[in-house]
Write a protein that binds this ligand. Sequence first.
Ligand SMILES: [Zn+2]
Length: 421
Amino acid sequence: MGPAADTDRILAEVDRAADEIVAFTSDLVRIPTVNPPGDAYDVCAHAIGDELARRRFDVEYIAADGRPEHTAAHPRVNVVGTRRGGPGPVVHLNGHFDVVPAGSGWTIEPFGGVVRDGRIYGRGVCDMKAGIAAALFAVEAISRAGVRMPGSVEISGTVDEESGGFAGVAYLAECGRIAKGRTSAVIIPEPLNVDRICIGHRGVYWFEVTARGRIAHGSMPFLGVSAIDGASRLLQIARDELMPKLAARRTAMPVAPPGACHATLNVNGIEGGQRVDGIQTPCVADLCRVVFDRRFLLEEGFDATRAEVEDLVRRAREAAPGVQFELRDLMVVHPVRTPDDSPLIAALQSSIHRVLGRAPSLVASPGTYDHKHVARIAGVPHCVAYGPGELELAHQPDEYCRIEDIINATKVIALAILALM
Ligand SMILES: [Zn+2]
């Protein structure tokens, strides 16, 4: 980090920009970029792009051409701004601008961008439009302070993180816009609390098991084979044998909350036999499908995880003769972890210490986020999530972000950028 006087001037510039940071955040909240289906992406990409251009960034718009979800009705448009400094490292700050649907239970207009009692309210404010504002004004404060950047900064606003990020960060990584050799480090200002640095996440394996039986008259069920009975045997074995094994496994990654340090299995949905809200006829169910969400640990790995699921299905076959079971993979996300000695972690640790006066903690996310695409597709190992807002408020009614947190995160990001360069 530069001389102490530089640091002081940058921190003062962030404080001075507080009203602009709040205004830009609430402007973004007022654009209802709801995903699904992916509303107003074009408008939001341009709102971010216009602001970047006003701050003398070079701005590019990158539409996810070729992706099936990029349609005329719902174009998937990403924006990247570049502020060139010296020939040093390229620090990339990435924020997704899609938000989940508002849902019910709000006492405040979810897309009003209301500012009240030191907080900004609205869907997506903490997850993660405040983070985008923090990234932009961190760079702006460095330049207003007259501090020359030895390297360059890129700020991207991307789509679809809430639905997997394939037309967003994954797309930027696939087309080489975020890439090993080009990008030195990536900070994703997701809401993980201002004194926590998120160093990765567990793996995800979504799979579907289809049970097929034989239809018969419901008055003589013994003449058929119930697919629902078969599926329930599978669920019973999962509950009695597999789940206790998973609960006993624990990762060395600091996943928060602590319950998520273990391997887990959730049943996302089950569908079998007749629709319960339809007209009923007396039939033995010949089809039942179950979708599972298995979160696996870095230490487990995907191959062993899948082999264990195959074994579960094999056990169900033995327990339910006459039922045919079929396993189908729906999605695999491998676990990621930032290397312990990453300069990115050190830069954020010292900056958090300087701004907040306390030591940060390292956490890993219970779910996944765009880190996976940066690590796996772009091949950039130096990636973390750090940003304003409380994780617990994301996706909730009356979502808000404390202005004080946004200002502090902006300061931390500014100092971390310089420390990395
Ligand atoms: Zn998010």
